[in-house]
Design a binder for this molecule. Sequence first.
Ligand SMILES: [Fe+2]
Length: 196
Amino acid sequence: MNNLKLNNSNIVSYIEDIFERRGNEIYAGEDVTVSEHMLQSGTIAKKRGLSNEIVVASLLHDIGHFNSEFGMFTMDDKKDRFHETMGAKILKPFFPQIIVDCVYFHVSAKRYLTAIDKDYESKLSRASKHSLNLQGGPMNPKEVEKFEKNPNLNAIIQVRYIDDEGKDPEMDTFPFSYFTPLIEETIHNSERMIID
Ligand SMILES: [Fe+2]
């Protein structure tokens, strides 16, 4: 983490810097980089007029791929692992629970949707289908029942569908700076919720 103490004032510029420096890295098996994929996801959510929380969750859902930037990397790691868990850990100190949940559960949501919707899996990208098996495959009925109890289920599912769409090499996106005020607002709202 380069000895930088992250707080509510510097977290957004820290994330922006990561997007810019590591923007050329290839997304595992997809035609777009991780940064492009996240900017596409944020752009899709914004253009659909969804809430700031959904926009920010869509934009940041794969931030865990950059866990080494946050001091969560060990020498044994060959690559970033369990990126959804890492992503939620990175965001939790700053962002409201709904955003943390959307990030933490975006892989589970794929397992959930393949269990409840027969057609869902056929629409996934090849890389996403491949990782589904590594991630445990479709949920069993007990897992489905438990997953549906999450109060943020709708938001989690929305972000998952957007995640599946944001893999288009031709798509134009808003730049990261466009999202900065939205991100700051969700952090600010999260602070208010803690104080209230
Ligand atoms: Fe993703």
